[in-house]
Design a protein around this ligand. Structure first.
Ligand SMILES: CC(C)(COP(=O)(O)OP(=O)(O)OC[C@H]1O[C@@H](n2cnc3c(N)ncnc32)[C@H](O)[C@@H]1OP(=O)(O)O)[C@@H](O)C(=O)NCCC(=O)NCCS
Length: 165
């Protein structure tokens, strides 16, 4: 079976679960593929997974492989989207949106009223996703990334009614 044929046709077919420390070999490969020089080190991920009282990380699996993952830090009333990634071969099928919505719901369930995230100014796909889910830009961190790219800080204000927008 090729990697491609193991993929779900759409986000709804993926199996979602919490990320575990024994996933980290696989996650390190995905980090390298998706983030290059901005990839998190393994010990950074380990530290995140050791703080479940304020962190929540989820993964989507298909064909025995992780194809999407992401997490939040939530200390109410603010949650931060820490990372979000979809394996390159699984992109463009709705997984990124499904993942982001899960993280928004996890933040709400933990008592967040505001969700913040950082995104590279040159990351058009991620910016389009966040904007289409109701996030708006509130700040710019100049030359935040190693290569000098700016970081945009985006915010989603949650309403108590259950509608994020
Ligand atoms: C950003 C990312 C998570 C999107 O995941 P995805 O599964 O491809 O996204 P989806 O298929 O759910 O698409 C959701 C929306 O994202 C935007 N989008 C996705 N790919 C895009 C592209 N190539 N160009 C422009 N917009 C794009 C669109 O708004 C899309 O909505 P639409 O399908 O209604 O047009 C994915 O590209 C990724 O992992 N990138 C590398 C890691 C990364 O940059 N993470 C974000 C760090 S802040």
């Amino acid at each position: 079976m090729t990697g491609e044929s193991a993929l779900p046709a759409a986000a709804g077919a993926a199996r979602w679960r919490h990320l575990r420390t024994d996933d980290l070999d696989e996650i390190m490969g995905l980090e390298d593929q998706l983030f290059g020089a901005d990839a998190w080190p393994r010990d950074g991920f380990e530290a995140e997974l050791l703080q479940p009282e304020t962190r929540e990380y989820v993964a989507a699996e298909a064909g025995g492989r992780i194809i999407a993952y992401g997490g939040i830090m939530c200390v109410p009333p603010i949650a931060d989207i820490q990372t979000i990634g979809v394996a390159r071969e699984a992109q463009g099928r709705g997984l990124g949106r499904a993942l982001l919505r899960r993280l928004v719901e996890a933040s709400r369930a933990r008592g967040a009223e505001d969700i913040l995230l950082e995104v590279r100014e040159d990351n058009a796909p991620a910016r389009a996703l966040y904007e289409s889910e109701g996030f708006s830009q509130i700040h710019v961190r100049k030359r935040y990334y190693r290569d000098g790219c700016d970081a945009l800080i985006m915010q989603l204000k949650l309403t108590p009614t259950g509608d994020p927008r």
